[in-house]
Write a protein that binds this ligand. Structure first.
Ligand code: CA
Length: 221
């Protein structure tokens, strides 16, 4: 597994790199956004750890460039912690957003969750009423039309889909989609459900709110 670290601070790069190498990952380092994009194009990269404040191109630009051609997991690092930045990151298709300072152990745990999910994606088509999910191509088709969604929205949809008919708590969803080690708050689930529903358009009621529990994926009879 090749992990690309795009980070201008050499100390931070070394810290993350050392942890990853200890876990058996192959580490490729870029010192600025431009080199990050170049290495992404020239190497087989399985996951990207991306700082936001970078010389040359910033992390947002690098993220956008990668998303033009790939759905590989992207973990954004930043010193800033404003929520608007976080939401912007998800809009651009980042899978995780980690605020500095962070524990390298948590970073590694999240990386493992992301990579495991990539591996688990068997090639098959899940079908439900007007909805089809091609898990090998990571493609979602609704009423014959392709829906664009971020990696996390996709993961959430697949998770809901696989637990069809079952009332799921926000905790269950958070653990199932973001991983047990994720310390985000439960509103993350609500935010993503809201976006997912808006993308499902007239089929938004596939995801139902179960009062004082959470959500359920189902076709209303
Ligand atoms: Ca930086």
């Amino acid at each position: 597994m090749n992990i690309l670290i795009v980070e201008d601070e050499s100390r931070m790069r070394r810290l993350i790199g050392d942890y990853l190498k200890r876990e058996g990952y192959h580490v490729i380092e870029a010192v600025d956004g431009k080199e990050g994009i170049e290495l992404f194009h020239n190497k087989e990269i399985d996951l990207v750890i991306l700082d936001i404040m970078l010389p040359q191109y910033d992390g947002w630009t690098v993220c956008r460039e990668i998303r033009k051609e790939s759905k590989i997991p992207i973990v954004m690092l930043t010193a800033r912690s404003e929520e608007s930045d976080e939401l912007f990151g998800f809009e651009l298709g980042a899978d995780e957003y980690i605020t500095k300072p962070f524990s390298p152990k948590i970073l590694i745990a999240r990386i493992k969750v992301l990579l495991r999910k990539v591996e688990e994606n068997e090639s098959s088509i899940l079908s439900f009423d007007e909805l089809q999910i091609d898990t090998s191509a990571h493609m979602v088709i609704l009423s014959g039309e392709k829906i664009e969604m971020t990696h996390k929205e996709y993961e959430l949809l697949v998770y809901m889909f696989k637990n069809e008919g079952q009332a799921l708590t926000r905790e269950q969803i958070l653990n199932g989609v973001w991983g047990y080690d994720y310390f985000g708050d439960l509103r993350t689930v609500d935010t993503h459900i809201k976006r997912l529903r808006s993308k499902l358009k007239d089929k938004s009621d596939y995801i139902q709110t179960v009062r004082s529990v959470g959500y359920r994926f189902e076709v209303k009879k």
